[in-house]
Write a protein of this length. Structure first.
Length: 144
């Protein structure tokens, strides 16, 4: 049997919840109802953030092991949702922007491929029900 995870969500106010997991860290998750501005990111935004953080940590670690001089990694995720309820994601696009000195495109491609096909659990789960595409860009930067 695989590893079990446990989280607890406590209602705070309106539609906001305070979540805490085994890491003992808190996060506020809010939903938009009644036309008021949310107090934090909503559940569906958190899904995109989870995917980006999961893959991003893999890519950073793989590029570090490949001794690539990466100074920054940004991942932009765009999700298209269904019109009808439940408004699930029907397509997610991931755009990796890597900044560094002499970063090898082959290393970046391989790091992303390994993350998306082997290591990222969030991608592994979501890709069973939603189309996920990706691209990358490398911005050359030198020591400043």
């Amino acid at each position: 049997m695989g590893e079990k995870k446990h989280v607890v969500l406590q209602h705070v106010d309106g539609y906001a919840f305070l979540g805490k997991g085994a890491s003992n860290h808190y996060v506020v998750i809010d939903s938009v109802y009644g036309g008021r501005p949310p107090a934090s990111s909503g559940p569906m935004e958190m899904v995109l953030m989870a995917l980006g953080a999961c893959s991003g940590s893999d890519v950073v670690e793989i590029l570090r092991k490949k001794r690539q001089k990466v100074r920054d990694l940004k991942i932009e995720l765009t999700g298209k949702r269904a019109e009808e309820h439940p408004r699930v994601y029907t397509h997610i696009h991931m755009r990796y922007v890597v900044e560094g000195e002499g970063v090898d495109p082959v290393a970046v491609e391989r790091a992303i491929e390994l993350s998306l096909t082997k290591y990222c659990s969030v991608h592994g789960m979501l890709s069973k029900v939603v189309q996920i595409s990706h691209e990358y860009q490398i911005n050359e930067s030198s020591k400043g």
